[in-house]
Design a protein around this ligand. Structure first.
Ligand code: PLP
Length: 375
C-alpha cells in the first residue's frame, strides 16, 4: 500500500498547468486554421521579440528544437572539423550531439560539485589553440558562473554560447541567462519551465547581425560566412507552438512562483549539504529549478524507498557524457571526479507548477528521514 493514499506522485504534470491556457490556445489555433499561416508567421515573430526582450538579447530566432538551436548557433560560431568546444560532461546528450554533427570535438572539463555546472577554472585550463567556443550549460535552472567564463572567452578570443535549454527565467548577478553569450539556446520541450505543446527552440542573439544568417540557415538557405560555406536545413518553428508558448510566457511569473513554493518546502526539509544552497540575499542569483536535485551517497537505497512510497524521481546524467558511447568523438580534460560523483549521487525530486503542497511536504519529509537514518 502506498503512503500517499495509494496515489503515485508523478515527476511532471503536463496537463493541469495547461488548463487555464486551453481556451486561449484553442482560439489561436482556430485563427491559424482560417489564415493558413502555419509556419514562421506572426506568432513566431512576436515570440522572438518577446523572448529577446525578456532575456536581454538584441533579437531572437525561433527554430524547431533546442537541439536545432545548438546546431545552428555552433554552426555560425565556426564549429567544424578540427575545432574544439569546451563544455560540461554533466548535461543532456543534445549538448554534444550538435558539436559532433558539425564535425567538431566536445572537450569535457569538470563541474563544480556545489552547483553541478562547468567549473570555470577547469574550463579555462581545457582551452587549447583549437578551441573556438565555450559552451556552458545552466543545468537544472542554476546559472553558470558567467563572469569568469566570459573572461576566459575574452582572453582567448572564443565565442561564448549558452545552453539555456533548462534555464529560461534564471538570473546571474541580476542579469538573465541568455544575455551573456554571443548566442544562447533555448528549448520549449513540454517538460521545460516554459513549454510548448510539442517541440520548439530558439536562439537568442546578443548582436542582431547574427539573426540574418540564422534565419537563412533555418529555412534551407545557404550562407557564406568568414570564407566558410554553410548548408541550411529545415529548422523552422511552427505557429501553433509559438502561440502556445506565448500564452505560457504571459503566465510564466505565476507558474514560476508555484515551482518556487515547492522548492522552498524542499529547501526547508532537505539539509543544505544534500542540495543546492539557496542564493545569498543581494547576489542577484535566481534559480528556476527546472529540476530539484538532491545528492545522496547511498542513492540506490533512497530510490528503493521512493519507489515503495509511490514517488516518481529522475536520475541524471548517469553516467556523465565522458562515459557515453559518443565519448569516442570527445576529448577529456583531466579527471572528471565531480562529474563522476554527481552521476552516482544526484537524484531529482518531483517539481512542477501543479505539485500539491502536501505532496512536496511528504516527499521532503521522506528524504529528510532517509538522510537522518543514513547519517
Ligand atoms: C541541456 C539541454 N540541452 C539541449 C536540449 C535539447 O533540447 P530539445 O529537446 O528541444 O532538442 C535539452 C532538452 O532536452 C537540454 O536539457
Amino acid at each position: 500500500m502506498h503512503e500517499n493514499d495509494g496515489r503515485r506522485i508523478a515527476r511532471y504534470d503536463l496537463v493541469t498547468p495547461m488548463l487555464p491556457c486551453k481556451q486561449e490556445i484553442l482560439a489561436g489555433v482556430d485563427r491559424l486554421l482560417s489564415t493558413g499561416e502555419y509556419i514562421l508567421g506572426r506568432e513566431v515573430r512576436a515570440l522572438e521579440t518577446e523572448m529577446a526582450a525578456a532575456c536581454g538579447a538584441a533579437d531572437a530566432v525561433g527554430v524547431a528544437s533546442g537541439s536545432a538551436a545548438l546546431y545552428l548557433a555552433l554552426q555560425i560560431a565556426g564549429v567544424g572539423p578540427g575545432v574544439e568546444v569546451v563544455t560540461t560532461p554533466y548535461t543532456f546528450v543534445a549538448t554534444i550531439e550538435a558539436i559532433i554533427r558539425l564535425g567538431g570535438t566536445p572537450v569535457f572539463a569538470d563541474i563544480d560539485p556545489r552547483t553541478l555546472n562547468l567549473d570555470p577554472a577547469h574550463a579555462a585550463a581545457a582551452v587549447t589553440g583549437r578551441t573556438r567556443v565555450l559552451l556552458p550549460v545552466h543545468i537544472f535552472g542554476m546559472p553558470c558562473e558567467m563572469e569568469p567564463l566570459a573572461l576566459t572567452a575574452e582572453r582567448h578570443g572564443l565565442d561564448l554560447v549558452e545552453d539555456m535549454c533548462q534555464a529560461y527565467g534564471s538570473l546571474y548577478r541580476g542579469r538573465p541567462c541568455g544575455s551573456f553569450g554571443r548566442l544562447s539556446c533555448l528549448s520549449f520541450y513540454p517538460t521545460k519551465n516554459l513549454p510548448g505543446i510539442g517541440d520548439g527552440g530558439m536562439i537568442l542573439c546578443r548582436d542582431a547581425a547574427d539573426t540574418a544568417p540564422l534565419r537563412r540557415l533555418r529555412g534551407h538557405e545557404t550562407v557564406r560566412l568568414g570564407g566558410r560555406l554553410l548548408s541550411g536545413w529545415n529548422s523552422r518553428l511552427d505557429e501553433i507552438q509559438a502561440l502556445a508558448i506565448r500564452v505560457r510566457l504571459a503566465r510564466f511569473a505565476d507558474e514560476q512562483a508555484d515551482r518556487d513554493r515547492a522548492a522552498a518546502i524542499y529547501n526547508e526539509l532537505v539539509p543544505e549539504a544534500n542540495r543546492l544552497a539557496e542564493p545569498q540575499p543581494g547576489s542577484g542569483l535566481r534559480v528556476t529549478h527546472h529540476q530539484y536535485w538532491i545528492r545522496v551517497p547511498d542513492r540506490a537505497r533512497l530510490e528503493a524507498r521512493l519507489r515503495e512510497a509511490g514517488v516518481d524521481f529522475g536520475i541524471y546524467y548517469a553516467p556523465p557524457l565522458h562515459r557515453h558511447e559518443l565519448a569516442e568523438y570527445c576529448r577529456v580534460h583531466g579527471e572528471l571526479t565531480h562529474a563522476e560523483a554527481a552521476g552516482r549521487e544526484v537524484l531529482a525530486l518531483p517539481i512542477h507548477q501543479a505539485l500539491p503542497e502536501r505532496d512536496a511536504i511528504r516527499i521532503g519529509e521522506l528524504v529528510k528521514e532517509h538522510l537522518a537514518r543514513a547519517a
